[in-house]
Write a protein that binds this ligand. Structure first.
Ligand SMILES: [Fe+2]
Ligand SMILES: [Fe+2]
Length: 689
């Protein structure tokens, strides 16, 4: 605030009451005014803004209070004043002038012309001194405040930049803060990058102009000294340019005015600083345009960058100033912090990408063990993401208040990608078990039944031989007939039994009386009393066969089912070993619970109700079941039409197995369509067979 250079008006004001006590000769150096009291003086002072008034007031002692009250309301830059008061002995008796700084003197008798001149001169001088010292004080205070503000800004910038993880938000923030500090109207950020041939170039990455609405268009430009940004990127020099249209003749760079022409803008002052990273490499350039700082000596104008609009050409003349020199180094410090934040983010992004690719590659590898479920985890992840986004959009009902940040969505995605990772610990044969008996076991059983067949056949042959012997002695043709019939029936029965066993081997859907059927078959076979070649009793249907053939639902026995179910605990143990950053800490928990059911019949812990598990796990449960239903390649299921799938999902929700709100959202928002259209492309190209 440059108050020292203000115009000063020296004013002498004499109240009517004091008029008889003073003889002020008119002088060029001051303006002489007379009046009745505070009202008239106030009117006098009302006009003439922007002028510093140094005023000596001659007034009656009893007028002081009112006058001083009125005058003390003016800021010192507009008015500095002193009183010379006149009163009677009685009035001033006991009055201590030391307490009243605005009183320069008190008299009981009139001043002579000479006294008047001297009093006036000395009082004016003291006013001047006071004014100057106050101005200096104010200037120091302003400078101090400025420095403190810069310091606070720098600390704030450091803090803000180090926490912003999104690259675009980061650039936006860097530019906004830089503009705020310097009062710039516009600014751009360029980032250094390499083309395919490894040559450096500049990418115009982000830009903002307060006074214009201009859509952002990224472009790349050659990184050389011919452009202003290029010059700074190449040399690392800070450029503080008062007028871009009046560059020094020797400057190697020139200003490209196409932006100005296109947007009816005038780029005048510029501050361009390099962004250096921790190894002093220039990774970009911050270019600030048109500082509007400190215009018009207005101390109340705090945030010029975002309050003064440059509309007409004259606005540029009126408001735009050269960037203050102090910003050269301050902005360089900001740019340094920005560079480190940008690099940090790049590194984090790179690590994240690498990790993501690694997770995807691992999941693909594991899923390739069993082509039947290939792509399942990717599809579940895609559905989960779509669900989370749909929940963010839903504003009503129980899901209304639930929101997922981008981090939350990524956490859910990772959990979904890894949810079946524990299957790697499980015997592949169990997974692929499509029928109740493993193919080898069925093969063996059939062989034994064939053996039984031949065994019976042999028995009958022996009985036939024996009979023929007997027939040679007695004539009994009926017996031969009977035996042949019996032989035919018994052997046919074995074939029937074999067919029944093959039928029983199919995975059951409805729980019929399988066990009784099986027991009957076993006892029927047992009665035959099959013996091996060595003459030992032979069990045609083994205990293991019986155990499996009596399975009431699906193709897995109890032990196998438990083994399959253990995949969630294996997933949990494995995923817990990954040192996740805090924002992903719930991944193991989310993945662990994807087979829990709201009615408490799920696993591993049979948790009942919504409270015991995260909503992420409930989302995953819907996605997992949906994908299991639509997958045409599950061992025990054929592909289902979508209406059927939706009906089953609704039923599961009504039976309190799946979260009804989530199933409703899934159906209502047609999540399955979005996912099948957009997210399965990659998988269809490489995964599912
Ligand atoms: Fe699972
Ligand atoms: Fe799954």
């Amino acid at each position: 605030m440059d108050v020292l250079n203000r115009n000063i008006e020296r004013l002498v004001y004499i109240t009517d009451r004091a008029a008889g006590f003073v003889q002020v000769p008119p002088e060029d150096q001051y303006r002489l005014e007379r009046g009745q009291g505070p009202g008239e003086l106030e009117r006098l002072l009302g006009a003439g803004n922007g002028v510093a008034r140094h005023t000596v007031i001659f007034a009656g002692f009893d007028e002081y209070g009112q006058l001083d009250d009125m005058l003390s309301r003016y800021p010192f830059v507009d008015l500095s004043y002193r009183f010379i008061l006149f009163g009677t002995e009685k009035e001033i008796e006991g009055f201590d002038i030391a307490h009243y700084h605005s009183i320069a003197g008190v008299r009981t008798s009139p001043l002579s012309a000479a006294e008047c001149r001297i009093t006036l001169r000395t009082t004016m001088l003291s006013i001047e001194e006071l004014y100057t010292s106050k101005v200096m004080q104010q200037q120091y205070l302003n400078a101090l405040n400025d420095t403190r503000k810069d310091q606070v800004d720098l600390i704030d910038i450091g803090r803000a930049l180090s926490t912003e993880k999104d690259q675009n938000n980061l650039l936006r923030m860097i530019l906004k803060l830089s503009k705020r500090i310097t009062g710039a109207d516009a600014g751009s950020i360029y980032l250094v990058e390499e083309d395919e041939a490894g040559n450096k170039r500049l990418r115009f990455k982000y830009s903002h102009t307060f006074s214009r609405t201009i859509p952002l268009e990224e472009f790349v430009m050659v990184m050389d000294k011919k452009s202003i940004a290029g010059y700074v990127a190449v040399t690392g020099e800070v450029l503080n340019i008062p007028n871009a249209y009046d560059l020094p003749d020797a400057a190697p760079y020139s200003y490209n005015s196409s932006f100005d022409k296109k947007n009816n803008y005038i780029c005048r002052s510029m501050l361009v600083v390099p962004m250096r990273n921790h190894v002093d490499e220039i990774i970009g350039v911050i270019q600030l345009i048109n500082s509007k700082e400190n215009i018009d000596n207005r101390p109340d104008m705090e945030d010029e960058a975002f309050s003064i609009r440059l509309e007409r050409p004259e606005d540029f003349d009126k408001y735009v100033v050269t960037f203050n020199e102090k910003y050269n180094s301050l902005l360089e410090a900001v740019a340094g912090q920005a560079a480190i934040a940008i690099e940090n983010n790049r590194m984090i992004e790179q690590i994240q990408n690498q990790f993501e690719e690694f997770v995807k590659a691992s999941v693909t590898a594991i899923e390739s063990r069993d082509p039947a479920t290939s792509g399942h985890s990717f599809r579940v992840a895609a559905i989960c993401k779509e669900m989370a986004r749909a929940i963010n959009e839903s504003k009503a009902g129980e899901l209304g208040p639930v929101t997922f940040s981008e981090n939350d969505i990524r956490e859910l995605e990772y959990a979904a990608l890894l949810h079946d990772f524990g299957k790697v610990y499980i015997d592949l044969a169990v997974f692929k078990k499509a029928k109740k008996l493993y193919p080898k076991d069925l093969e063996n059983l059939i062989l034994r039944l064939d053996y039984l067949y031949r065994f019976l056949e042999l028995q009958y042959s022996m009985r036939e031989t024996e009979l023929l012997h007997r027939l040679a002695k007695e004539d009994a043709p009926d017996a031969v007939e009977g035996l042949l019939e019996e032989r035919h029936e018994s052997l046919s029965r074995i074939r029937e039994i074999r067919d029944s066993i093959v039928a029983l081997n199919e995975p059951s859907v409805v729980a019929e009386n399988i066990e009784e059927k099986l027991n009957n078959l076993c006892s029927e076979i047992g009665q035959i009393g099959c013996v091996s070649v060595d003459g030992d009793h032979m069990e045609v249907i083994s205990d293991n066969d019986r155990e499996n053939l009596k399975i009431k639902r699906g193709s897995l026995n109890e032990t196998e089912r438990k083994e399959i179910e253990s995949h969630v605990v294996h997933t949990y143990t494995f995923v817990s070993k990954i040192p996740w950053p805090p924002e992903y800490r719930r991944i193991p928990e989310i993945a662990l619970r994807h087979h829990e059911k709201l009615d408490g019949t799920g696993y591993p812990d049979g948790i009942k109700g919504k409270d015991g598990m995260l909503i992420q796990s409930r989302i995953m449960a819907v996605a997992d079941i949906y994908d299991a239903l639509v997958a045409s390649d599950r061992p025990y299921k054929k592909a289902m039409p979508m209406e059927k799938v939706i009906t089953i999902l609704k039923e599961e929700a009504n039976r309190n197995i799946l979260d009804k709100d989530l199933v409703d959202l899934f159906i209502e928002k047609r999540i399955y369509e979005k996912v099948s259209k957009d997210s399965f492309k990659d998988i269809q190209n490489g995964g599912r067979n």
